[in-house]
Design a protein around this ligand. Structure first.
Ligand code: ASP
Length: 431
């Protein structure tokens, strides 16, 4: 079937004009069969995360923040559907289940509880978009992604059961497209085999859209953003970066893995595996071309700069001056895997091993403690990982002049450096 997948992030549906704009993009593009994957509106996921935190800290009443989220959504649905009480009620009903959870004190584990509460953001936003498409006269149906996207029960970082998910998505969407043109569903969330809600990791809605594109062998996937496409640097950090018109899957996966925030790094593999073109376009300028990511390999790219903030360096040294040999390395990697720490750069010397990792305080602390029994470990946080693809000396110089380089690796077309800004030189942290 000639089918496409669109993904709209929180910024695109943050208010009533946003929902209207998204719906007009869908309406004007007239795709024969369209799956629309939606994130929670605006900053809803952060707010719901705060609700969970307040529930566990027991210092603040979690209902205060939850009521703010509910009120924002109530105002949104009332302004979008002033005459459709059923729609307003249906959207607001989605909050009831988490209210029950917040009233109870069942001693549920944090990650499990987090997924049950935070996921409601996507449930309500996708319902809102579906109702609005219906008010425009479009034939859209709402799909609960938890009926089709099966995961394991690693809450907050669930792994997809690809075989079953592919079977379910294909079967369900084939039936829905017999009577509808548009299927609206949620990004970010899935379901375990026990029917509990899971989430795929923050910013995971891009990945959800890519899963749908893969399972339905879509003709194209379009991710609608508030930027013109994939840029040569983050526009929040650099003035006037230029837009890349086209880039390869390989280039895109390298950029996003090392911190380019434009799309989630897990988005690339599913579309690459089926050669599905991935477009990154602006919902503010929907007619503009954006960036096309596909198999195309360019002869020459401009320098592409990616910063990953919140990095820390772990220096792991043997205690008795023995070499860092195979047994040590396998032990270190075993602990990294166990604590799910994300490694961005690494290097060994005769008696030490240096790692730059994402500074997730809980995971890094567990790794630090796990290694400290056997090695001397030190940790330095507050660092940045700077990656320059297709670098030239001028770009390196301009980016490193106000930074101290702590760790560097140069390959023919990529240079990576763990750096700290000069004005915030910090003493080593103890974990
Ligand atoms: N709403 C989720 C988040 O903010 C997922 C996403 O937007 O991709 O992380």
């Amino acid at each position: 079937m000639a089918l496409e997948v669109y993904k709209f992030g929180g910024a695109s549906v943050k208010d009533a004009p946003g929902v209207e704009n998204v719906s007009h993009i869908i309406q004007s593009n007239q795709v024969e069969k369209l799956v629309v994957v939606v994130s929670a509106t605006g900053k809803t996921t952060n707010a719901l995360q705060q609700v969970v935190q307040d529930y566990f800290d027991k210092e603040k009443d979690p209902f205060v923040k939850l009521n703010e989220v509910k009120n924002d959504h109530l105002n949104l649905v009332k302004s979008l559907f002033p005459n459709n009480r059923a729609a307003v009620e249906d959207v607001m009903d989605a909050f009831v289940e988490i209210e029950w959870m917040l009233e109870d004190d069942q001693g549920d584990p944090y990650d499990y509880f987090y997924d049950q509460v935070v996921s409601v953001g996507e449930v309500v936003s996708s319902k809102i978009v579906q109702y609005y498409l219906n008010t425009l006269g479009l034939n859209a149906v709402w799909l609960d992604v938890r009926d089709v996207l099966l995961t394991d029960n690693t809450y907050r970082e669930a792994k997809v059961d690809w075989k079953e998910t592919e079977r379910r998505i294909f079967q369900k969407c084939t039936v829905l497209f017999e009577t509808h043109h548009i299927v609206v569903t949620q990004g970010f969330i899935g379901s375990s085999s026990e029917n509990f809600t899971t989430t795929l990791g923050r910013e995971g809605s891009d990945f959800s859209a890519s899963i749908f594109a893969y399972c339905l062998s879509a003709k194209a996937l379009t991710i609608w953003k508030d930027v013109a496409g994939v840029l040569t640097a983050d526009p929040r950090l650099f003035q006037n970066p230029s837009k890349l018109d086209r880039l390869s899957y390989r280039e895109a996966i390298e950029m996003t893995y090392y911190g380019a925030k434009v799309i989630h790094p897990k988005t690339i593999k599913p579309v690459q595996n089926k050669s599905i073109p991935l477009y990154v376009k602006s919902f503010k300028e929907p007619k503009a071309l954006g960036t096309l990511i596909d198999e195309y390999v360019s002869e020459s790219y401009p320098p592409i700069v990616v910063f990953e903030h919140a990095q820390c360096l772990l220096r792991i040294a043997t205690r008795d001056f023995s070499f860092v040999a195979e047994e040590h390395l396998s032990l270190i990697f075993e602990k990294i895997a166990k604590h799910r720490v994300k490694v961005k750069m690494m290097k060994n010397t005769a008696v030490s091993f240096i790692l730059s990792v994402d500074d997730d305080p809980i995971k890094v602390k567990a790794l630090f403690e796990g290694l400290n029994a056997q090695f001397n470990v030190s940790k330095e946080s507050g660092l940045e990982l700077l990656t320059i693809r297709h670098y030239n000396e001028e770009t390196i110089k301009s980016l490193t002049s106000s930074r101290v380089i702590l760790f560097e690796e140069r390959l023919p077309n990529t240079i990576q450096m763990v750096v700290k800004p000069i004005d915030t030189l910090k003493l080593k942290d103890e974990v």
